[in-house]
Design a protein around this ligand. Structure first.
Ligand code: BES
Ligand code: MN
Ligand code: ZN
Length: 498
């Protein structure tokens, strides 16, 4: 897809379609009224006839406009004539992109960068336009024999006023980098478990590092992990014929002395549950159990593309979780890298087992903050559904920064308590702790487990079990929380530059 910024008169831009916004009370945006004037009032006619009410996210395609530079007009409803919330704006963009999907339109001019959005400007708006269109045209084809995607869209021209040009260009670069990070995360998530193995993820990380002069990759093999005493991580890999990997992506965009931001992504490339086998129905979706890993790779790729003035380390513990004669058994006890012993009461609570050793390992990076992302608990879907990711952490400032970033990025999160009182649920008679906490508060007890390995860290945990992919007929990865993480990094980068 080709994205560009144009500052010239919108009615002169050659394209298959121009997208203009209209308000609920039949008022036109500046661009809509120019286009309206150019084609004998076609836009206002539609509103007067009542064929489009202008309600938020409604859209109508006008298809026959002879003698214009633009062959079609897509009218999109913006709702009430007042500054939109950022959430509403994203909804408008998604609706606009969606209505072009099944058309033959190849090139489109978007004039929505100048409609008023509360607390946002042309930079953010341009970025969201790129992300919305990219999100909508993504289609998984890797293992289809027909590799053609349905969407014909190839060129997106974002029209802005002259004085917004430099902001729009900055937003364009951010949008493209984030969108490509999201696409990578979706693609990796959607790949089947027989292709996207720990070794495959390591290969992807190597390719990402090769694209950038200030990024390097480290891959720890099982022997290396054994040397480090990562008994917990390795216990999960026991049931798998695919070797586990601990992947590190090290991006150096900041001053050498600056402490890195460490992102850890759960990389279970297939989670059958192990000996505590999952039920068969819907088990295919457990290929998505590496979406945390995919988001880390996508975010590091975006950060390097934008050359953010930060040091960032991405860590991905990658393994399968399968039943086997050599696999973890309920009751088995292993010693983690931290020295703490763990009784494995349920082999399906494997994510925390690979993450805890990675948290201990992260201490070696002397991190500023550590954020882990994991499709960790089905309980997160019970608590929060599929709208926000769950947020838990031991550092209020970090959690607050993430909450702000999530609002800006329109990639929502919701904080759950991580109180000391929950810790007793992890009590074990035979080891320092059990790996499960019983029926109650599953998302919290999982985070409580991780917290025991993050005592020396400023740490936050995102449970993305409900947000990393969609289930049902539109089954597919979402690329979340790449937008949130990129926003957090952009915010951090802005502090460095300030
Ligand atoms: N990967 C799953 C969590 C999951 C389940 C995410 C369903 C999305 C949808 C994780 O490894 C797991 O199996 N967790 C268990 C924990 C339990 C055994 C304490 C769960 O959620 O059932
Ligand atoms: Mn599991
Ligand atoms: Zn899992």
């Amino acid at each position: 897809m080709d994205y560009s910024i144009e500052t010239g008169p919108v009615e002169k831009l050659q394209c298959d379609c121009i997208i203009v916004g209209v308000y609920q009370d039949r008022q036109l945006t500046a661009a809509a009224s120019i286009i309206n004037g150019n084609c004998q009032g076609a836009v206002s006619q539609v509103l007067e006839r009542g064929d489009l009410s202008g309600k938020l996210g409604e859209a109508l395609l006008l298809n026959w406009l002879p003698g214009q530079a633009f062959a079609r007009i897509l009218m999109v409803g913006l709702g009430e004539n007042k500054p939109m919330t950022s959430k509403s704006y994203c909804k408008v963009l998604a609706a606009a992109a969606e209505s072009l999907k099944k058309t033959a339109i190849q090139s489109v001019v978007v004039t929505l960068a100048d409609c008023a959005v509360a607390d946002a400007g042309p930079q953010w708006q341009t970025r969201q336009i790129v992300q919305a269109f990219s999100d909508s045209v993504y289609q998984y084809v890797f293992t289809k024999s027909d590799k053609h995607t349905d969407s014909k869209l190839a060129k997106i021209i974002i029209a802005v006023s002259q004085n917004a040009q430099s902001q729009a260009l900055a937003g364009l670069a951010e949008g493209i980098a984030i969108a490509e990070g999201v696409n990578l995360a979706k693609q990796l998530g959607d790949l089947p478990g027989n292709i996207c193995t720990p070794t495959y993820l390591a290969g992807q990380a190597t390719e990402i590092a090769a694209k950038s002069t200030n990024m390097t990759v480290t891959i720890l093999e099982e022997e290396d992990m054994a040397q480090l005493g990562m008994g917990s991580l390795l216990s999960v890999a026991r049931g798998s014929r695919q070797p586990a990997k601990l992947i590190g992506l090290h991006y150096q965009g900041g001053e050498p002395h600056c402490k890195p931001i460490v992102l850890i992504g759960k990389g279970i490339t297939f989670d059958a549950g192990g000996i505590s086998l999952k039920p068969g129905l819907g088990m295919d979706e457990m290929k998505y159990d590496m979406c945390g890993a995919a988001a880390v790779l996508g975010t590091l790729q975006a950060a390097a593309q934008l050359q953010l003035p930060l040091n960032i380390v991405g860590l991905v513990p990658a393994s399968e979780n399968l039943p086997d004669g050599n696999a973890n058994k309920p009751g088995d006890i292993w010693t983690s890298m931290s020295g703490k012993t763990i009784e494995i009461l349920n082999t399906d609570a494997e994510g925390r087992l690979i993450l805890c050793d990675t948290l201990t390992y992260a201490e070696r990076m002397n991190p500023d903050v550590v954020i882990d992302l994991a499709t960790l608990t089905g309980a997160c879907l019970v608590a929060l559904g599929r709208i926000p990711s769950g947020l838990l952490g031991n550092d209020d400032d970090l959690c607050h920064d993430l909450q702000l970033a999530s609002e800006t990025a329109n990639d929502s999160i919701w904080r759950l308590p991580l109180w000391e009182e929950y810790q007793e649920l992890l009590q074990s008679n035979f080891a320092d702790m059990a790996n499960i906490g019983g029926k109650d508060a599953g998302t919290i007890t999982a985070a409580c487990f991780l917290a025991r390995f993050a005592e020396n860290l400023r740490w936050a945990h995102l449970d993305i079990a409900g947000t990393a992919w969609r289930t049902g007929p539109a089954k597919g990865a979402t690329g979340r929380p790449v937008p949130l993480l990129c926003q957090y990094l952009l915010d951090r980068a802005a502090q460095v530059s300030a």
